[in-house]
Ligand binder design. Structure first.
Ligand code: HEC
Ligand code: HEC
Ligand code: HEC
Ligand code: HEC
Ligand code: HEC
Length: 204
C-alpha cells in the first residue's frame, strides 16, 4: 500500500496528534476492512508475550497499523516496532505500570522486545507483504479484526496453501506452483502443474 497524498497527510496529522496530545474532534467509528480469508479452525490460544500488549487498547487511539509495522524496503516482513516508537507515548503514559517499567528497561538497555511470532509460512515458500499491499489488500483482509483483539493470536488460516491459492484464484493472481515454491522437486512431484494453462494470461 503506497500512501496517497491524502493518507500521507492523515498520517502526518495523526503524528501531530500523537506527539502533542491534542484531542481530535469527535468522529464516527472508522469502518475497518473485512476479513477475506477463513478463520483458523484450530482457534489457537494467544502465545504468552513478554509484555501484555493489546491491539484493542492501542487501535482505539486511532493509530494506523503502519505507525508500528513498516515493511522496510527491501524485505518481505512488516516487522515489529522499535521500543522508541512505544516510548513516544510511554515516556509519559502509564509509567507506574510494571509492564511499562519493563518496556522502559528494554528501551534504555537497547534490547529488542522478544515478541513471539504468531503468523509464519513454512520456510521456502515465497511470500511477501509488499506485492499484496500494492495489489490493494488491507491488513484485516488476511489477519482479521485486529482492532478487536486484546491479545494477538492466529485468528485466520492465511498461512495455509489452500487459502493462498483460493484467494489467488478469486483475484486472477498466479497459481502455478512456481509462484510460491522455488524448489524444483515440488514441481517434479506433480509434473506439469495443472494451473499452468489457466493462469497463463495473468503471468508477467
Ligand atoms: C502501537 C503499535 C502497534 C500498532 C499501531 C499496531 N500493531 Fe500490530 N503489533 C504490535 C506489536 C508490539 C506486536 C507484537 C506483539 C503481539 O503479537 O501482540 C504486533 C503484532 C501484530 C501481528 C502478529 C505478528 C506475528 O507475530 O505474526 C499482526 C498480524 C499485527 N500486529 C497486525 C496489526 C494490524 C493489522 C494493525 C492495524 C489495524 C496493527 N497491527 C497495529 C504493535 C502494533
Ligand atoms: C495477503 C494476506 C496478508 C495481508 C494483506 C497482510 N498480511 Fe501480514 N502476514 C501474512 C502472512 C501469510 C504472514 C506470515 C509471513 C511469514 O511467515 O513471513 C504475515 C505476517 C505478518 C507479521 C509477522 C511477520 C512480519 O512480517 O514481520 C506482521 C507483523 C504482519 N503480518 C502485519 C501485517 C500488517 C500490519 C498488514 C497491513 C499493513 C498485513 N500484515 C497485511 C498475510 C498478510
Ligand atoms: C499513541 C500512544 C501510544 C503508543 C505509541 C504506545 N502506547 Fe501503549 N498505551 C497507550 C495508552 C493510552 C495506554 C492505556 C494506558 C492506561 O490504560 O492507563 C497504553 C497501554 C499499554 C500497556 C498496558 C499498561 C498497563 O499495565 O495497563 C502496555 C503493556 C503497552 N501500552 C505497551 C506498549 C508497547 C509495547 C508499545 C509499542 C509497541 C506501545 N504501548 C505504544 C498509548 C500508547
Ligand atoms: C486475500 C487474497 C490473497 C491471499 C490470502 C494471498 N494472496 Fe498472494 N497475491 C494476491 C494478489 C491479489 C496478488 C497480486 C497479483 C498481481 O499483482 O498480479 C498476489 C501475489 C502474490 C505473489 C507474487 C506473484 C507474482 O510473481 O506476481 C506471491 C509470491 C504470492 N502472492 C504468494 C502468496 C502466498 C504464499 C500466500 C499464502 C501464504 C498468499 N499469496 C496469499 C492475493 C492473495
Ligand atoms: C499461492 C501460493 C502457493 C501455490 C501457488 C502453491 N503452493 Fe504449495 N504451499 C504454499 C504454502 C503457503 C505452503 C505451506 C503451508 C502450511 O504451512 O500449512 C505450501 C506447502 C506445500 C507443500 C508441503 C511442503 C512441506 O514441506 O510440507 C507441498 C508438497 C506443496 N506446497 C506443493 C505445491 C504444488 C505441487 C503446487 C502446484 C500445484 C503448489 N504447492 C502451489 C503455497 C502455495
Amino acid at each position: 500500500m503506497r500512501l496517497s497524498p491524502t493518507s500521507a497527510l492523515l498520517v502526518a496529522a495523526l503524528a501531530v496528534v500523537v506527539f502533542t496530545g491534542v484531542k481530535m474532534p469527535a468522529q464516527s467509528a472508522p469502518a475497518y476492512p473485512p476479513q477475506l480469508v477463513p478463520d483458523n479452525p484450530l482457534h489457537p490460544a494467544a502465545p504468552t508475550q513478554p509484555l501484555p500488549y493489546s491491539h484493542k487498547t492501542h487501535l482505539a487511539l486511532k493509530i494506523g497499523c503502519q505507525f508500528c509495522h513498516t515493511n522496510p524496503d527491501p524485505g518481505t516482513m512488516m516487522t515489529y516496532p522499535a521500543t522508541a516508537t512505544c516510548m513516544t507515548c510511554h515516556q509519559s503514559v502509564a509509567t507506574d505500570s510494571p509492564a511499562i517499567k519493563k518496556l522502559a528497561e528494554y528501551d534504555s538497555t537497547h534490547q529488542a522486545i522478544p515478541w513471539v511470532r504468531v503468523y509464519k509460512v513454512l520456510p521456502g515458500v515465497k511470500w511477501g507483504h509488499r506485492f499484496h499491499l500494492a495489489a490493494g489488500l488491507k491488513c484485516q483482509n488476511c489477519h482479521g479484526p485486529v482492532q478487536e483483539m486484546p491479545a494477538m493470536y492466529e485468528k485466520t488460516s492465511v498461512t495455509t496453501m489452500g487459502v493462498c491459492i483460493s484467494c489467488h484464484e478469486k483475484n486472477h493472481a498466479k497459481t502455478v506452483c512456481s509462484t510460491c515454491h522455488s524448489a524444483p522437486s515440488l514441481q517434479q512431484q506433480v509434473g506439469q502443474p495443472a494451473g499452468a494453462a489457466a493462469t497463463k494470461s495473468t503471468q508477467r
